[in-house]
Design a protein around this ligand. Sequence first.
Ligand code: AMP
Ligand code: MG
Length: 515
Amino acid sequence: MFYAAPPDHRERTRYYSQYRDIRRMGKIVFDNHYARLPERFYSPQEPVPVPEPGAVRLNLPLAEDLGIDIEWLACEAGTAMLAGNYLPEGAEPIATAYAGHQFGGFNPQLGDGRAVLLGEIQARNGRRYDLQLKGSGPTPYSRGGDGRSPLGPVLREYILCEAMHRLDVPTTRALAAVTTGERVVREDVLPGAVLTRVASSHIRIGTFQYFAARKDTEALHLLTEHVIARHYPELDDRENRIAALLDAVVARQAQLIAKWQTLGFIHGVMNTDNMLISGETIDYGPCAFMDEFNPEQVYSSIDHGGRYAYRNQPGIAHWNLSCLANSLIPILHNDREQAIALAQSALDGFPDLFLEANAQGTARKLGLRTIDPSDVPLVDDLWQLMAEQRLDFTLTFRRLADLADETNRSGTVAELFEFPDVLQPWLDRWRERVAQESTSAADRQAAMYDANPVFIPRNHLVEAAIAAATNTGDFGVFHQLVDLLESPTPYASELRYFATPPRPDEIVRQTFCGT
Ligand code: AMP
Ligand code: MG
């Protein structure tokens, strides 16, 4: 049985001691660096225990990669840790401070309002990862919020981020989802839950903005050194390390956004506090994969002006990077003019880096080695036809992969999608173009299947999984979806339900932060 730990420190130590034996067995080796930075970077903050922790799903393969004892994680003490009811030895829980532009308006004081960083662990690959509990109770940055999370957003993040990982997109990961036995009050009264998030780090563009807004140059230097050591050690011997860091972050963001665009992924809330310096996708609040292609598509209920529409994502990333560059100007160079020139030159690199990454991704989707200048009309015409015909983003490319080798009739999605007649002239042009490639049709098809998933976390499937769990406590739909999305590219007809676009009455038109 687990009870909410009493707030008194002595009492709490006694409360934790019930796990002592198991604790020894399942030791997690923490190696915390962020907590070594000065106290103005964060507030020490323990997670607030919950009445009744219940494991919904543990990501055991990820736990193994992280070197966490999976038997321990799966036992009561493991669940207690994931709910914030038990602090393993070596954890130094903190809520980090950051600022951010939200929908273009600057907020100098944000911070982890409903999350606590337990510490950093060294994974088997030698890299360090943050272990963070999200939904773990109020912090000094909660701004009146309760610091809790309903079950829905926790399941949504679990499904989406793990799907993104399988789709080869840099992303934060989900180590676990646990229920709390507590109710959280939003528009409805909902079951509460905690997500354990794993990230290369939680340092955001907004973290730099936080110190820049305070004219805290010393902190900017410390943060920059921390980031280079953690994420960009290869820049260590560069002459201007800070300019090199800015260039590197620009390049990683360009790569990331290109991945989103080639999958029809709409982040939905590209505020500068939701852009990680590591180049991983973070914040799965209102995000969504498109069904029908529409470059203007927006799902988030709070994005009234369409600021974060699909087609705007590259431009917004560029704008966000300009906020980072601005924050770095005080430390980029002793001479302000030169600092500005360095910042500008880094930013000016973004469009080409993005276009190149995007062209590479698009080439893979179309079965081409490269997109040559003469291919641009072919590519542009496809996007235009897809938009005019409102074709399903995912199935369009998947069906194209089927057509790459028409002698192979197994595993096609013809039962779900067929190109309308108006696309036949375009398909002929495409066939002519791929015929010039040196690859065989079979190889080309295999590569295209790889680049064009058939299973994505479609909104209506995600909503169905959340509804079943929230309304009836049935987690089967959620588990089935997470399992399925572990293999997004091989298709079998038995799984057609998961590849089928929503019926008109199933279409999800809006998503909500729901925090
Ligand atoms: P988000 O849009 O989810 O990234 O959150 C923006 C800000 O609101 C962050 O500073 C969060 O920490 C804070 N926040 C969101 N939800 C809650 C909550 N339930 N309790 C306290 N703070 C919250
Ligand atoms: Mg956020």
